[in-house]
Structures are given as structure tokens and as C-alpha cells.
Design a protein around this ligand. Structure first.
Ligand code: GLP
Length: 244
């Protein structure tokens, strides 16, 4: 779906999230959301905060799982995805923090594999993800599933691509300060979500969107695996869609 601008697109995505939360609420159920970081979803979160404050949307029945976190990373660091999520969403809504899950960037190396397995199990135990929202990196990564990621990959420790680290350099005051690794949900984890929405804005994303939507399906561009799913929607602004 192509929108004239990212604001209209973000409001539409936020509305769909709100509809899901409300329909689950009406059925006495929890909504299990997969959340993303980066610049792309910021306006979606801002709109959800507005819906909470002005229209009484409650997040009391919402469980969240974030896609990824840098490794190593302290939760209270400026660049952590914990800080990002708190500042952009969680601190402004009534979600129960016990229902919030973000990969732990403070684990000892020996504990990472068990943590990743437990993260997968937790998602399953809670009934699976109702909706996963995604951005896309210029390498074609979803979450931090960089080129080389397998379609059935699970939550795991990965090495970040050089381009991804260059793109993150501004947040860290130089590429040398960007962690070389991250913990991410896998392509397979993302695929299990009952609905997936990938968002992209601006001409900067146009080449990778063209590859993701029209390119050959390959682990060289992990987002191309989304072509294999029948429950994925790309939500774009006109600039991101300009090379389709
Ligand atoms: C990061 C995140 C991804 C995100 C991507 C794009 O690497 N791990 O989940 O989709 O960047 O970021 P942005 O939305 O800032 O362009």
C-alpha cells in the first residue's frame, strides 16, 4: 500500500494496531505485538501515544516482543533499544512493563543461546505474535537478520553488516563505537507472526524496497523472503515506492 506521505501511512498503521488491541480486548484476550526500532516506526508510536492520551486506547491487555537489541548493550544506554522504546512508547502508555520483552544486551556470552531459545518459547507460550511490524535496513535486513540469514532462522546472536554499522554511526558518535553484534529474532520467528507489516519511507529506501519486493528471493537480501508469505503487507510512502 502506497501513501502520499509517511504521516498518513503511520496513522493508518497505528489505527490497525489500535483495532487489533480493541478487538482482542472485546474478546477478553491479549494482543501480542512484535515491535521494531529505528526512525521508521517513530510516528506510529507517537500516534499510538496520542490514541492512548486522547481516545482512551488502553495497552493493559498488550504483550510486546521487540525484534532486536545490540550486543553488548546496557539497557540504560542512550543507544539501547530499551531506551528507544521507553522514550518513544512505553513511558507514555499504560502497558504493564512485565508484559514488555526486549532481547537482553547484558547477558554473559555463555547465556545468550539459552536466552534466545527462551525468547522463542515465550512468544509461543503466549500464543504467537498477532502482528509484527518491521522496518528495513539498507542491507535488506529485517530485525538484524543480515545478508546470509536463513529463512528458518530463529532468535540468535548475529554479526552486524558493515553498512548497518555505518548507518548507525551517527547514533553512536562514530562507527567504531557501534557494537559489532546484536541479538535478533530470526526470519523464521518473524514469519510465524499472523500478520506482518513492513514500513519504509523516503527515497533512501527505494532501491532496497525494489529488491525486497521484486528481486530474486535470496538470503543475500533477507527481506526478499517476505515474498514467500501470504500475510505480509508493505506500507510505503511514494518516495520509498518510487522504484517499483
Ligand atoms: C535497525 C533496526 C531495524 C530497522 C533498521 C532500519 O538496524 N534493527 O529493525 O528496521 O535499522 O532503521 P531506520 O528505520 O532507522 O531506517
Amino acid at each position: 500500500t502506497v501513501y502520499s506521505d509517511q504521516k498518513a501511512a503511520s496513522i493508518a498503521v497505528a489505527q490497525r494496531i489500535a483495532d487489533l488491541i480493541r478487538s482482542k480486548q472485546a474478546a477478553g484476550q491479549k494482543a501480542v505485538l512484535g515491535l521494531a526500532t529505528g526512525v521508521t516506526p517513530i510516528r506510529v508510536y507517537a500516534e499510538l501515544v496520542r490514541l492512548h492520551k486522547e481516545e482512551g486506547l488502553s495497552f493493559k491487555n498488550v504483550i510486546t516482543f521487540n525484534l532486536d537489541e545490540y550486543y553488548p548493550m546496557k539497557p540504560d544506554a542512550d543507544q539501547s533499544y530499551v531506551t528507544f522504546m521507553n522514550e518513544n512508547l512505553f513511558d507514555h502508555i499504560d502497558v504493564d512493563k512485565a508484559n514488555v520483552h526486549i532481547p537482553d544486551g547484558t547477558l554473559a556470552p555463555d547465556d545468550v543461546a539459552a536466552f534466545c531459545l527462551a525468547y522463542e518459547h515465550k512468544i509461543e507460550e503466549l500464543g504467537g505474535l498477532d502482528l509484527q511490524i518491521l522496518g528495513i535496513g539498507r542491507t535488506g535486513h529485517i530485525g538484524f537478520n543480515e545478508p546470509g540469514s536463513a529463512p528458518n532462522s530463529g532468535t540468535r546472536l548475529v554479526t552486524l553488516d558493515d553498512l548497518t554499522r555505518r548507518d548507525a554511526a551517527r547514533d553512536f558518535g562514530g562507527k567504531e563505537n557501534v557494537p559489532t553484534k546484536a541479538i535478533t529474532m530470526g526470519v523464521g520467528t518473524i514469519f510465524k507472526a499472523r500478520e506482518i507489516i513492513l514500513m519504509a519511507w523516503s527515497a533512501k529506501k527505494a532501491p532496497i524496497i525494489r529488491q525486497a519486493v521484486e528481486g530474486e528471493i535470496s538470503s543475500e537480501v533477507p527481506a526478499t523472503f517476505l515474498q514467500l508469505s501470504d500475510h505480509v503487507e508493505f506500507v510505503l510512502d511514494v518516495d520509498a515506492a518510487s522504484q517499483l
